[in-house]
Design a protein around this ligand. Sequence first.
Ligand SMILES: [Fe+2]
Length: 444
Amino acid sequence: MERDRTSSFPDSGQVHPSRNVKVEQMDRRQFLAASPIVIGAGASVASAQDYSDYTKDPRPDVPEGTCTAGSLDGEVFAGPPVVSGPGSDCVFILQPLQRTATGHLEYAVEDGEWNRVEALHAGMRPMSEHVLKFRLPLLPAGKRIRYRVVAHTIGWIKVRQFYHGVMQAGKPQTSSERAFNSLNPAAESTSFAVWNDTHENDETIAALQKQTTELKPDFLLWNGDQSNDCHFERDMSGQFLTPSGLAIADQRPLAYVRGNHECRGPAAWSLPEFTGSQNDEFYYGFRSGPIAALVMDTGEDKADSHQAFGGTAAYANMQQAQAEWLKQIVKEDWFKSAPHKILFCHIPLWIRRQKPGVFGGHSLCRKLWSPTLIDAGIKLVISGHTHTHHWMPIRDDQPVAQLIGGGPNPASATLIHGTADAKEIRLRVLKLDGTSAADIRLPA
Ligand SMILES: [Fe+2]
């Protein structure tokens, strides 16, 4: 392996990270005498530096030149990115990776110049094995936003001189240029597509993707239970960003909604790395034309004390926090001025049947949220979870209309297509063969 030995830790007073010894404490003659390494003729003097204690070799099992962490140079990108947010004040772009990499994002408004977006933390660019995630600055509404990701691999190579080897960067790679339209709160009309409970069913996802591409909605909302559980981080790009290897939201923003299955499994704590939403929480609001949308997180479908959660569940705290958040956000002008106000959440707030031990409709969320929802003029809840599509108009014991999408299997799956102008919102529940299972119109 070739590398420039003279460029690493030159004798200029830098501190070797593993031994905390300043090179300048030794003069060069003493230093060479102390060095056990002899490099062939022509090697620089500095190449003989050895600060390592080989009695502490952390990887005696691997030879020099072995990549012991990260990745060697090679293809970085693992499929198309996802634009998530979806409001133009909160857009993330997530790029799946197939090798450990670092990088940055570049974006341009319409045909303008490229701007660079970093994802820094404490002076460090991101380094990830699975996904790079960038938050864009405030975007102008209703504009075409072009973007691309620049990344390169990062790996550590075992060399004799340094206790944990040296970092090696791969060649920079630039992803294909893509574009999406930022949402426009002032638009006279808008449209959206809702998927729910896809549960990693490839046939269903492919059909939903095809329908969505043809409908060209302003945004896609994925209403929970994208997965069966979150067990391995290595699978999560495939579960949440490139399901079935498809580009689901590289050309339109995605509104992500967490389902109860995304609360499950040892990698469930890593979900925010693979999703993009305000403050990495799964409740937020946004405006698209005449629609004010709220997304809320119904959490699990059993009580926090259920033995299945092993003492890890505290969703009741989150539901209470959302109730307080809800009271504030409905006072904001962007929300109050919208002709149509919709809540998206995975578990319905009202379900007529009730399984023992499982929330039939999410009773705690209903109790905590519905007074504010009603006062604020929410006219519709769009949910999933039951795997059976169901239109539930207002009735005496259900003060807000509710539309539930279908299930994971192609026979039960649905796409909810919403279109709205200032006068009405129309909701078509489409089966995968394109036939309509319901056609609903709600006036402003
Ligand atoms: Fe569910």
